[in-house]
Ligand binder design. Structure first.
Ligand code: DQA
Length: 152
């Protein structure tokens, strides 16, 4: 028996499922430290992303709560084709988020809007990087574009 999913893949009807996941304080994009993070809100940027990547099924989730981010990774992490993850400051503190990424099968790309390596020393350490497919940092909101493109 041929599954619906493999039939769709065969006839190229399959739409890759990607989750864009944002961690703490990223709901303030556009208002928060615009000299570092820019003036555009993530909602506006995400509408553009959806327009630019119509061939994909793109979803967006943001939370300021570490456990909710972990739950979301568990929820989609055995099913989706990829996760583009900006863990915000949890990047530099959260062994639990690193474990969550390590524990699922969906590949995760770490993204940062700013170049974390040219900022304070505490931003140089990432507890999620070792379990991610790669890291993209320093290209402004374009970092998300680049991460999505890398899945295509
Ligand atoms: C960030 C960098 C982090 O160090 C910071 O805590 C953020 C945003 C970025 O996208 O540049 O909240 O992840």
């Amino acid at each position: 028996m041929v599954s619906v999913q493999s039939t769709k893949k065969k006839f190229n009807l399959y739409r890759m499922k990607l989750l864009v996941l944002n961690g703490p304080n990223l709901n303030l994009l556009g208002k928060r430290e615009p000299e570092i993070y820019g003036k555009e809100s993530f909602d506006d940027y995400f509408s553009q992303l959806k327009e630019n990547f119509k061939q994909l099924s793109l979803e967006y989730y943001q939370s300021n709560i570490e456990g909710e981010l972990i739950n979301k990774i568990h929820e989609v992490g055995f099913d989706y084709d990829g996760i583009v993850f900006n863990a915000g400051a949890y990047t530099h503190t959260s062994i639990a988020l690193g474990d969550a990424i390590k524990g699922v099968t969906t590949p995760v790309i770490e993204v940062h809007i700013s170049n974390v390596h040219s900022r304070e020393k505490f931003r140089h350490k990432s507890f999620i990087a070792p379990w991610c497919k790669g890291t993209i940092a320093g290209f402004g909101l374009k970092s998300y574009d680049l991460a999505i493109k890398s899945f295509i």
